[in-house]
Design a protein around this ligand. Structure first.
Ligand code: DX5
Length: 220
């Protein structure tokens, strides 16, 4: 029942002119924006923090989600909500008290989501699904854009869909990593409805708007 949403990752954007890229993305018809926050510890890359999201807020009216690929996200949740994020994603592998962290996000007035790296089993989030407004299944090992889609995640997506249906939880499954016209159908067929794409839509010969429309069409 969740509708398909195309979610650009800002990773391929020109960080020296992020505002104009955000305006281009809104014109291209995307549904929300994902900010890939990386601390160089949880993942081997360092991008930006809440201040960059805060300064980006005025350039877009779309929902913002912060994908916190950082250690101990519980220490800085408030900064991301104050920066204007509508939804905050934490990694199950990065916080000791995941149930508390997810409910802290909701307590701050934002929607909560948990992300799983490819190796992390679904049983790790079995008891926190009712504390989530979305679940993100990584289809690459996080840290960089342009990596190959891990198709072995499709059974994991399908199983998660069954778990959510049995709990009568009507929350979206988001996938992130290697999503392109070649891989989007497999992810959508497995049950993903929110599709994060970075390199594919930004490098498409069709141009941004047509690339977004193509992904949406293939997923529906
Ligand atoms: C984790 C990042 C990337 C990015 C999408 O490494 O979060 O997954 O969002 O990158 P592409 O679409 O280029 O795989």
């Amino acid at each position: 029942s969740e509708r398909i949403q195309i979610v650009p990752s800002v990773l391929p954007c020109d960080f020296g002119a992020l505002g104009s890229d955000l305006e281009r993305l809104e014109d291209a018809g995307v549904d929300k924006i994902q900010f890939d926050v990386m601390d160089g510890h949880f993942v081997p890359n360092l991008t930006f923090g809440a201040d960059v999201i805060k300064s980006s807020r005025k350039y877009s009216s779309l929902p913002f989600e912060a994908h916190l690929m950082i250690e101990a996200p519980e220490n800085t949740l408030e900064r991301y909500v104050d920066a204007g994020c509508d939804l905050v994603i934490v990694h199950a592998e990065a916080t000791t008290h995941l149930h508390r962290t997810l409910n802290q996000i909701r307590g701050l007035g934002a929607k909560s989501a948990v992300a799983l790296n490819p190796a992390t089993p679904l049983c790790d989030i079995e008891y926190v699904l009712t504390s989530c407004d979305m679940v993100l299944i990584m289809t690459v090992n996080p840290g960089f854009g342009g990596q190959a889609y891990i198709a072995e995640m499709e059974p994991k997506i399908a199983r998660l869909k069954e778990m959510l249906e049995s709990l009568k939880l009507d929350i979206p499954i988001e996938v992130d990593g290697g999503i392109s016209p070649k891989t989007v159908e497999g992810a959508a067929r497995a049950g993903a409805t929110h599709l994060v794409s970075g390199s594919s839509i930004f490098s498409s010969p069709l141009g941004l708007k047509a690339a977004v429309a193509e992904l949406r069409e293939l997923a529906e």
